[in-house]
Design a protein around this ligand. Structure first.
Ligand code: ADP
Ligand code: MG
Length: 238
């Protein structure tokens, strides 16, 4: 069970209330997309979910566990960022394997897991390359593979495709949708791009100025925007 629940979450930076009493439930296995304009609090919400930022008030639940006091490494969440930091001196295989070595997984088992994950993300033919020999899309796949090694219940993505060119971005959207189907885990995906949100998510959460405007299926967001902001942001007149 990896249902995610944010319960009356607020975050204040200095004098700014950047997340304002957000309550949300994300179903186990959903592909939830948090979308809204730049600066509206998306990354802050993800960081609180991951435990990288402490909320000013409210509770975060993952499954049936309240995780307020649980550090990021113990939250069963893996993160994929836009600036994926790969180890430049290690091969693709080394990058993927690194987390397994830390956990003292035996060599044979490591080999098996690396091959399995490489096949899923399409890196089988690139395992012996260093990151500087890879394209942007391939590097993004290594970052994904590294996150998958943990076998987390929840993946969170913070604008992971925004550094890629338009064609690759479209291709990676499709790949991520496929990956979500294959893994069956919960994805929480942040973007400021409405088209990306609507084409990827099965739950769309529209955020503005730290407040949830609407949480709904893509077709309901499109067909029944709940307020003017939601309507204009998604591009449908109210
Ligand atoms: P988004 O990801 O939607 O672009 P963020 O969550 O990054 O928005 O930021 C929301 C607001 O919080 C912005 O006004 C940003 O400047 C502010 N903010 C984010 N992180 C910090 C921080 N560590 N200290 C102060 N202000 C911050
Ligand atoms: Mg952000």
């Amino acid at each position: 069970m990896a249902e995610i629940r944010l319960e009356n979450i607020s975050k204040v930076f200095g004098e700014n209330l950047v997340v304002d009493d957000v309550s949300l439930t994300i179903q186990d296995g959903a592909f939830a997309v948090l979308v809204g304009p730049s600066g509206c609090g998306k990354s802050t919400i993800l960081r609180m979910l991951a435990g990288l930022e402490q909320q000013t008030s409210g509770n975060v639940w993952i499954g049936d566990k309240m995780v307020n006091d649980i550090p990021p490494s113990k939250r069963d969440i893996a993160m994929v960022f836009q600036n994926y930091a790969l180890y430049p001196t290690m091969t693709v295989k080394g990058n993927i394997e690194f987390g397994l070595m830390n956990r003292k997984v035996p060599k044979k088992e490591r080999q098996r897991i690396v091959e399995e994950i490489a096949a899923i993300v399409g890196l089988t033919d690139h395992l012996n390359k260093k990151p500087d020999k890879l394209s942007g899309g391939q590097r993004q796949r290594v970052a994904l593979a590294r996150a998958m090694v943990k076998k987390p219940k929840v993946f969170i993505f913070d604008e992971p495709l925004s550094n890629l060119d338009a064609k690759l971005r479209t291709q990676m959207r499709t790949e991520l949708i496929e990956l979500h189907k294959k893994l069956g885990t919960t994805f929480v995906y942040v973007t400021h791009d409405q088209v990306e949100a609507m084409s990827m998510g099965d739950e769309i959460i529209i955020l503005n100025q730290g407040v949830v405007q609407q949480k709904d299926t893509p077709s309901n967001v499109y067909g029944n925007p709940r307020n003017t902001f939601a309507a204009e942001f998604i591009g449908q007149p109210p």
